[in-house]
Design a protein around this ligand. Structure first.
Ligand SMILES: Cc1cc2nc3c(=O)[nH]c(=O)nc-3n(C[C@H](O)[C@H](O)[C@H](O)COP(=O)(O)O)c2cc1C
Length: 328
């Protein structure tokens, strides 16, 4: 059995794999296009960039691929609407919205015929999304990297959401191997979204030092921080995070430096600065988001190799009747 197609409205991707949007500037045109060229769906992270820069990333991705490319945008971002309108203008294929719930986005999607796919973590929000016109939902469990909407594991929430809605459900959080994809599809998901594995790819736009931190990481290096967005964030225990826990990071009071990137910011620290520092290789002063299973990543691979491994593992797992995941 091969990996099935994923259909979201009028979009058909030959692999049921979405590369999760990763900000700030981790998933840009090179990564999204590489995934789309392999038959998956690539997402450009729109949070933390301004509309003209986003337009450039989308144009570049479209030069690199004829495959499906979308954006991921956090509802919490101040320029949410402007970024969405820019993406629509640049003929983006789909919009994934995380870290919050927005009703307005569905109207924009309908007006411009662009599928809207919210990230949800409960059956209540999944039902609401379907009612407002979502084309699919991504269910994210506590294993995921970045901002979290739940403390429950993916495979405990997934069945509830599959039962609650008719639209395609995509599983995210802790999907690392082909056998995880078998499990998600066996439970009724139509596809998976993966972040952490693709962050440690040759095509991800993180600095080499950032990617090295992933390869060095052990399971116990993954911690939850309190993000100024108002949600917990899953990240690596960098020296910046240790300083944060020790209250050694000065509160972000220097208003002159503040670019007001969020609609509501708790201002414990400047998250955009910390994420940008890390993305550029300043690990000491940087915040590195990662999923719970980052410790299992031992190498930085090309997207081609990652997808080839997933397909191989998927086939092996199906041939074994899903033994690896059934046995835990
Ligand atoms: C470095 C990193 C940055 C992320 N940034 C975002 C983001 O900007 N917006 C968002 O909705 N999700 C973000 N995520 C979540 C991913 O899109 C994806 O859903 C999640 O990582 C899936 O879990 P996994 O990492 O275990 O595969 C991020 C994840 C990582 C690892």
């Amino acid at each position: 059995m091969s990996l099935p197609e994923l259909t979201i409205c009028n979009l058909k991707s030959s692999l049921p794999i979405i590369q999760g949007g990763m900000g700030v500037r981790i998933s840009l045109a090179p990564l999204a296009a590489a995934v789309a060229n392999e038959g998956g769906i690539g997402l450009i992270a729109a949070s933390g960039v301004h509309p003209p820069e986003l337009a450039e990333h989308i144009r570049k991705a479209k030069e690199l691929t004829d495959g499906i490319v979308g954006i991921n945008i956090m509802v919490a971002v101040r320029e949410f609407k402007e970024l969405i309108l820019t993406a629509i203008q640049e003929k983006i294929d789909l919009i994934v919205a995380g870290a919050g719930f927005s009703r307005d986005i569905f109207q924009l999607g309908k007006e411009h015929n662009v599928p809207i796919v919210p990230i949800v973590s409960s059956d209540r929000v999944a039902r609401l999304a379907e009612k407002f016109g979502a084309s699919a939902v991504i269910v994210e469990g506590k294993e995921a990297g970045g901002h979290l909407g739940t403390d429950r594991p993916l495979f405990s929430i997934l069945p509830e959401i599959i039962k609650a809605v008719q639209i395609p459900v995509i599983a995210a959080g802790g999907i690392l191997k082909g056998s995880d994809i078998v499990k998600a599809l066996f439970m009724g998901a139509k596809g998976v979204q993966m972040g952490t594995r693709f962050a440690a790819s040759e095509e991800s736009s993180a600095a080499p030092a950032w990617k090295e931190e992933y390869v060095k990481a052990k399971a116990e290096d993954v911690v939850l921080i309190k993000s100024p967005v108002g949600l917990p964030g899953q990240a690596l225990n960098t020296s910046f995070v240790r300083d944060l826990f020790a209250n050694k990071v000065p509160a972000f009071k220097d208003i002159k430096r503040c670019v007001a990137c969020l609609k509501h910011c708790k201002k414990d620290f400047c998250i955009i600065e910390a994420l940008e520092n890390a993305q550029q290789g300043n690990i000491e002063k940087g915040l590195i988001f990662c999923g719970e299973r980052v410790g299992e990543i031992k190498d930085i691979l090309s997207v081609k190799e990652i997808i080839a491994n997933l397909i191989k593992e998927f086939k092996e797992s199906v041939a074994n009747g899903g033994r690896e995941w059934k046995e835990g």
